[in-house]
Ligand binder design. Structure first.
Ligand code: ZN
Ligand code: ZN
Length: 150
């Protein structure tokens, strides 16, 4: 059975020596971790999200804007695109115009005014631009409310 590593929040099967295959820390050693935190995956534009502050779990109607944008990896990792030429250039231009050159994840994250005023950071575990999903580290109460709402 997979357990969520309290150090890196990856769902893992601990190795025989008890360490996490992702971060090499002993999964059962929770020193320095916060058991109130977990990860949650949110899809680009997903709404409505539960009115629970992701960093302190208080009820809130406040939202903070979240947006991350990257150049589409398919373009930057393969600049030659099979030899060039007018056809390729045109495709590139059309993709640029249609927004395919970039991938972005935009969300409105529930965070109370107090946490926002204290600039408590919404922790990002990973961003999957290919599927437009942001995985964030949040209070468990937020994830539970999100699952109840599904
Ligand atoms: Zn780990
Ligand atoms: Zn808060």
């Amino acid at each position: 059975m997979l357990t969520e590593c309290p150090h890196c929040f990856t769902d893992v099967l601990a190795k025989s020596d008890g360490t996490c295959p992702a971060c090499q820390v002993i999964v059962g050693n929770t020193a320095g971790t916060d058991p109130g935190l977990t990860k949650v995956s949110l899809r680009h534009g997903m709404a409505p999200l539960p009115g629970i502050c992701v960093t302190c779990a208080h009820e809130t109607d406040a939202r903070v804007p979240f947006s991350r944008r990257v150049r589409n990896a398919r373009y930057s990792s393969n600049p030659m695109m099979g030899g060039g030429g007018l056809g390729i250039g045109l495709t590139w231009l059309l993709d640029l115009l249609s927004g395919k050159m970039h991938q972005e994840i935009v969300l409105r994250i529930p965070q109370c005014e107090r946490c926002a005023a204290e600039k408590r950071e919404v922790r990002i575990r990973s961003l999957d631009f290919e599927n437009a999903v942001a995985t964030l580290i949040v209070r468990r109460e937020f994830r539970d409310a999100l699952e109840r709402a599904r």
